[in-house]
Design a protein around this ligand. Structure first.
Ligand code: ATP
Ligand code: ZN
Length: 285
């Protein structure tokens, strides 16, 4: 039987979310400490636990068939793989930061400066595009301390909340790249392997869609039903069930997270009562 090899980060910021995503897709496997690989029990997949930096190349070379990795790592590695799906977690940005007391007016201020980074290729491309001539110092970790110890004038590193920068007396001044985790695939998968990728993708989309939506139930007096139904976008049309209490109905539908509060407020104003909001586990539309 064909099995698909998926590479995920062994430990680090993408590890937990990658495992959670696979588990939410109904794929169970034993991920013991320090294990290199684990076989799924109920899906034709084998999970490889690797350092994130190695994932693009392993997938490009076919050691793994697919993988989950940050776009930042993928672009830096410049490996020949296909991005199949953005996964919505591991969101961060690759930014340039300078000491917080520095007067920074714009990119021109970086001219001739020393910038420390682990993302040499991405930074080089960015500086070239912006026509800035700066000296790139490639270091392998703890980039944020480089200005403090006199190794560089600025840094280019990953940021999510900005608290690490703040603690090191730095301020973010430019965004070089926005990144999130993506599912990548080897470009030469055969039809059988592609079939498994499609099955996995179907599940990933159902899980992600469910997270972006809520199931809503509410009670409405029948004379207000028309107005209330018009306020609910829903997937098709809402379900209306009569309540035991004469003249009242129960309305069920699905709302998207983004528009959720605004619609709830309008529904309440239109006469809806007893509004219940329930998370959805999977959503197949
Ligand atoms: P490895 O040991 O696998 O090489 P690492 O130390 O290079 O791990 P992590 O710090 O675990 O990497 O980050 C993995 C990925 O998580 C990053 O490449 C990035 O895509 C994403 N990420 C999300 N938020 C952040 C953040 N605030 N700082 C660093 N990475 C982040
Ligand atoms: Zn890494």
């Amino acid at each position: 039987m064909t099995k698909l090899k998926i590479a995920i980060q062994k430990s680090g910021r993408l590890n937990e979310d990658s495992i959670r995503l696979l588990k939410e897709c109904g794929i169970s496997f034993n991920n013991g400490v320090n294990k290199l690989k684990a076989e799924a029990l109920n899906f034709p997949i084998e999970v490889f636990f690797l350092r994130d930096d190695d994932i693009p190349e392993y997938v490009a070379e076919g050691v793994a068939d697919i993988g989950i990795v940050g776009e930042n790592v993928l672009i830096e590695a410049n490996s020949d793989v296909k991005v199949v799906e953005r996964l919505g977690f591991g969101k961060c940005r690759l930014s340039i930061a300078v000491p917080k007391n520095e007067k920074y007016k714009g990119l021109k201020d970086l001219q001739g400066k020393r910038i420390a980074t682990t993302y040499k290729n991405v930074l080089q491309k960015f500086l070239k595009k912006e026509k800035i001539d700066a000296e790139i110092h490639e270091i392998s970790g703890s980039v944020e301390i480089a200005p403090g110890i006199g190794l560089a004038d600025a840094i280019c590193d990953l940021v999510s909340s900005g608290s690490t920068l703040f603690m090191n007396g730095l301020k973010e001044v430019e965004t070089v790249l926005k990144s999130e985790a993506v599912l990548v695939a080897n470009k030469k998968l055969n039809a059988k392997q592609m079939e498994i990728v499609e099955r996995l993708l179907f599940r990933i989309r159902a899980v992600r869609k469910a997270k972006q939506n809520k199931y809503i139930l509410l009670n409405a007096p029948n004379d207000k039903l028309d107005k209330i139904i018009k306020l609910i976008p829903g997937i098709k049309s809402p379900t209306i069930l009569p309540l035991a209490d004469e003249g009242w109905s129960s309305v069920h539908s699905v709302l998207e997270e983004d528009e959720f509060w605004e619609i709830i407020e309008k529904l309440k104003a239109a006469g809806a009562q007893g509004i219940l909001v329930v998370p959805i586990e999977k959503m197949i539309v």
